[in-house]
Design a protein around this ligand. Structure first.
Ligand code: UD2
Length: 310
């Protein structure tokens, strides 16, 4: 198969691209390198077709979609706080960019588009665990943009015969997630602190929990979403279905790094949700997904990777 991965030089997109190549597919990447990095492609750069460019450029997206059978649409501005500060820009990338991908898929008769959606679509609803049947209640521009993207996918699936699948990622972590960005996930920040001997900061009492999901599980979900016939027109939570609090996370990290993690506790971050965990029964039942790497094992792999990098 020929596959286009938008955002293919980013954290998640580069892992999807690498797996596709491993499975023998031809991979084309479109990335504007705003947060993606060429070095993420280091291990397989000679095997991909890379094009630097922006999903806001509809003509370029259409050019790259030509002859593709499948598109993994991972390009986005992924930060919730950034979307609060720059809603017009994130609207253009996350909504108009997604329409450009869908239009290109339609024009080029691409069979399927798999979209990187987010747990942010659930927003303030206190009900847990989050199920796909719950009404979305996004509270950030980012959440609004992701659910809008998903709705557009549904429309293209219904109207134009472009099969679409939306994956609502929970808290993804793993190698190649940049620990230095102010918008990085908490695990990449904590691992960075653990290895540099610095003290991590916990915003709040550390008892808030998340459904942390290691990158390999997310790649597995994407591979299934790309090939299972019955996934067309559906949306799925992608997590482990298990909760881990920040204090538990620090305990695990202390064991792995063999050092006492003594965090500094600060005020909770404005706009944070307290708790988030996915119900993953739909993706298990319909796609045969089964998270293979548990949080602690993923954490161990990430620590090894970061150690080797230093
Ligand atoms: C995640 C996603 C986001 C969106 C959202 C939906 C990531 C990186 N972000 O945001 O894109 O989908 O879920 O709800 O996956 N924290 C600390 N210390 C630090 C950094 C963070 O205590 O140095 C806390 C933070 O206040 C929060 C928790 O860790 O309570 C998780 O923060 P996060 O930024 O990793 O992810 P989250 O859930 O806010």
């Amino acid at each position: 198969m020929k596959v286009l991965v938008t955002g293919g030089a980013g954290f998640i997109g580069s892992h999807i691209s690498q797996r596709l190549i491993g499975e023998g597919h031809e991979v084309r990447i479109l990335d504007n390198l705003s947060t993606g990095r060429k070095e993420n492609l280091f291990e397989f750069a000679d095997k991909v077709e890379f094009r630097e460019g922006d999903i806001r450029n509809a003509a370029l997206v259409q050019e790259l979609a030509r002859e593709c059978d499948l598109i993994y649409h991972q390009a986005a501005v992924v930060s919730v706080p950034y979307s609060v500060e720059h809603p017009q820009e994130t609207h253009d990338v996350n909504i108009q960019g997604t329409i450009n991908v869908l239009q290109a898929a339609r024009a080029c008769r691409v069979k399927r588009v798999v979209f990187a959606c987010s747990a942010a679509v659930y927003g303030e609803d206190p009900e847990l665990p989050k199920r796909e049947t719950m009404a979305p209640l996004p509270v950030s521009p980012y959440g609004v943009e992701k659910i809008t993207g998903e709705y557009y996918l549904g429309a293209w699936n219904a109207l134009y015969g472009v099969q679409t699948v939306s994956l609502r990622y929970f808290n993804v972590f793993g190698p190649r997630q940049d620990p230095r960005s102010p918008y990085s996930g908490v695990i990449s920040v904590f691992v960075d602190r653990a290895l540099s001997g610095a003290q991590p900061t916990v915003f709040g009492d550390g008892e808030q929990y998340r459904d942390f999901v290691f990158i390999d599980n997310v790649v597995q979900a994407n591979m299934l979403a790309g090939r299972v016939e019955a996934a067309a027109g559906r949306c799925y939570n992608v997590g482990c279905g298990e909760k881990t609090s920040l204090n538990e996370l620090l305990g695990m990290l202390g064991r792995i790094c063999d050092r006492e993690m003594e965090p500094q506790y600060a005020d909770p971050r404005a706009g944070d949700i307290r708790e988030s965990v996915a119900d993953i029964s739909r993706i298990k039942r319909e796609l045969g997904y089964a998270p293979k790497v548990a949080v602690e094992d993923g954490l161990r792999q990430l620590v090894e990777y970061e150690r080797a990098k230093r």
